[in-house]
Design a protein around this ligand. Structure first.
Ligand code: ATP
Length: 368
């Protein structure tokens, strides 16, 4: 087990056509035993970060330390890191047992008996004891995934890296496997960095989520923290589904410090307490509210109400997603199944001011 530190890590790809800064001055400090999930849009540098940690890609600048020791120059096999790939990367001609044992034969001087003990133990943990003599081609995707994870476990590494390990599985199996991986992590307690496209995976599995955009760190924090307290517009927009509603607004201040946030189609009174973190000179803001923080309430006071027309009602079982029209822009509301307006209805929409997010229009940093 070990702490993983990235200190201003940069990766530049110099291709004939262009210079790509895939990762830029990335600082991460990952505690011993933590489960970190890295998310971000396609091309944001997730895989490159993982590959630099694994030693599959050189580091252009900065330092990577594992257990306090610089590993930049170490070859992948000397890093005490096990990686699980999206493609599983199993050897097709070897049995499951041989696949799991191969890395140990290569990189350790353990005897056959100890290797076999470790393979059996990992197979037990992954529930693949009955598959040990089979070849990968005769296994289902889910079983191959288990073998790939089992192969990482037998190494008893200081660090696990997972690169979208569940993306080739169907939705149901994916949910099951993410519980399995979380269970195994709590059993073995090995520091883990896990890359995914799947927000639900990130929110349910992570101790802390790392959000990247354009190779730069946007925020690192517990799932609840990044959801409720995004540091900027990008994170607020990226985390959450359906995503947060945004609107460009102007802030008009009253002498007592309270104010009104307005746009052509929208006006909402806010208290001086809410506006405390907003600099007096700042008036151009992006207003944000999560769909589940919005209520449809005919009784709401007019100074805290917007009137909107219902475009679409989507019934998803326990909840309804209601899509409203705000001056040609989609405004999303998530309500209980008992709220079911008809398409074309004009409804009163309101929310509590404590659920409001405000971002500086210029810097896009969160103010409230
Ligand atoms: P995805 O979610 O689509 O897998 P990602 O977040 O993992 O994306 P990376 O694969 O790390 O993103 O890529 C980051 C940037 O670096 C992209 O612009 C990509 O095109 C570029 N890149 C990655 N590998 C190379 C390479 N070997 N040569 C040149 N450019 C590369």
């Amino acid at each position: 087990m070990a702490r993983l530190e990235l200190d201003e890590v940069t990766k530049v790809f110099d291709t004939k056509a262009e210079t790509i800064v895939a990762v830029e001055e990335l600082d991460l400090d990952i505690e011993d035993g933590e489960f970190i999930v890295v998310v971000g849009p396609s091309g944001c540098g997730k895989s490159t970060t993982l590959r630099m940690i694994a030693g599959l890609e050189t580091v252009t600048d900065g330092e990577i330390r594992l257990g306090g020791e610089r590993i930049n120059e170490k070859s992948p096999k000397d890093r005490d890191i096990a990686m699980v790939f999206q493609s599983y990367a199993l050897y097709p001609h070897k049995t499951v047992h041989q696949n799991m044992a191969y890395g140990l034969h290569l990189s350790t001087d353990l005897d056959d008996e100890e290797i076999d003990r470790r393979v059996q133990e990992a197979a037990d943990m992954m529930g693949i004891e009955d598959l040990l003599e089979k070849k990968p081609s005769s296994l289902s995707g889910g079983q191959q995934q288990r073998v790939a994870t089992g192969r990482a476990i037998v190494r008893e590494p200081s660090l696990f890296l997972f690169d979208e390990p569940l993306s080739n599985l169907d939705a149901k199996l994916r949910k099951h496997m993410r519980t399995e991986i979380s269970r195994i992590h709590s059993e073995v307690g090995i520091t883990t960095v896990y890359v995914t496209h799947d927000q639900e995976e990130a929110m349910t599995m992570a101790d802390r989520i790392v959000i990247l955009n354009g190779g730069k760190l946007q925020q690192i924090g517990a799932p609840k923290k990044v959801y409720h307290e995004p540091t900027n517009y990008f994170v607020a927009d990226f985390i959450g589904s359906p995503s947060m509603n945004f609107l460009d607004v102007e802030l008009e201040r009253n002498p007592d410090g309270s104010g009104t946030i307005t746009s052509a189609d929208f006006s909402y009174d806010v208290s001086s307490r809410l506006l405390e973190p907003v600099d007096a000179s700042t008036s151009d803001l992006i207003f944000g509210i999560r769909p589940e923080d919005v209520r449809i309430d005919p009784e709401a006071p007019p100074e805290k109400t917007i009137e909107l027309t219902v475009d679409v009602v989507e019934i998803v079982g326990s909840d309804n997603f209601i899509y409203l029209d705000l001056a040609g822009k989609e405004f999303r509301v998530r309500t209980g199944s008992e709220v079911e307006p008809a398409e074309g209805d004009v409804v009163n929409v309101t929310f509590d001011e404590d659920d409001i997010h405000l971002f500086d229009s210029r810097t896009e940093e969160a103010l409230v």
